[in-house]
Design a protein around this ligand. Structure first.
Ligand code: PRP
Length: 207
């Protein structure tokens, strides 16, 4: 039995469709159900859907053998898991953005609003720039609009949110996509099952 944690939402549904197409279909799965675990004894697969930011926790602690998680969450949380494949889905980028007319006043610490506190700290430490981090949980773009922060470190997908709020990208930090990750112990004890799954997924997304 291989246990797979998927992120709830559109990305998780897409990843499930991909897994089903390469032989990991779960007959018990019903997207309208409120059930949290779906097992397919025959196919030897068990799925559970969790909050996207929690997938790495379930995998790191071995509750799931493998999972699918965004590169943003891996970079920010540094979970102790193996990253096995880039699924090429959920593509976006981690950026620094600010008001269109923003300029950096280097005489004082930069106020950075973000959900990705560790990403922001690492990025500005490398640049040797002092920052004050303002941790938010969503609608990060509001912070510079209300002058609560100078910049934001956030995900940009289409750029629409920035554009509609008179903000723009000032720097790209790294590209993001969905990654297949594995629990380290499971990778040892279920090695051939996990490698087979990773290879099938990679073959499908690169064909
Ligand atoms: C993300 C991100 C941006 C937006 C970018 O937010 O934080 O706000 O998407 O997408 P765009 O470039 O296509 O406009 P999300 O929708 O996850 O919600 P949040 O504001 O609660 O973080």
């Amino acid at each position: 039995m291989i246990n797979i944690a998927l992120p709830k939402g559109r990305l998780g549904e897409k990843v499930y469709a991909l897994l089903a197409s390469v032989g990991y279909k779960c007959d018990a799965y019903d997207e309208n159900s409120r059930k949290l675990v779906f097992r397919d004894e025959k196919g030897g697969v068990s799925y559970f859907w969790v909050k996207p930011t929690d997938v790495a926790v379930y995998v790191e602690r071995g509750a799931a053998d493998v999972g699918v998680v965004g590169k943003d969450i891996i970079e920010d949380g540094s979970p102790d898991v193996y990253e096995l494949a880039d699924l090429g889905m959920g593509k976006c980028r981690m950026c620094v953005a600010a008001k269109n007319d923003w300029y950096d006043d280097t005489s004082r610490p930069l106020r950075v609003a973000t959900k990705f506190v560790n990403v922001a700290k690492k990025y500005y430490a490398k640049l040797g720039r002092d920052i004050e981090v303002i941790r938010l949980n969503g609608s990060i773009e509001l912070a510079p609009i209300l002058d609560m922060s100078d910049v934001i470190v956030d995900i940009v997908e289409t750029g629409t949110t920035l554009k509609e709020n008179d903000l723009k990208v000032f720097a790209d930090i790294f590209p993001i996509s969905a990654r297949l990750v594995a629990n380290k112990a499971a990778y040892k004890f279920k090695n051939s099952e996990i490698l087979t799954l990773a290879q099938k997924l990679t073959a499908e997304v690169t064909k």
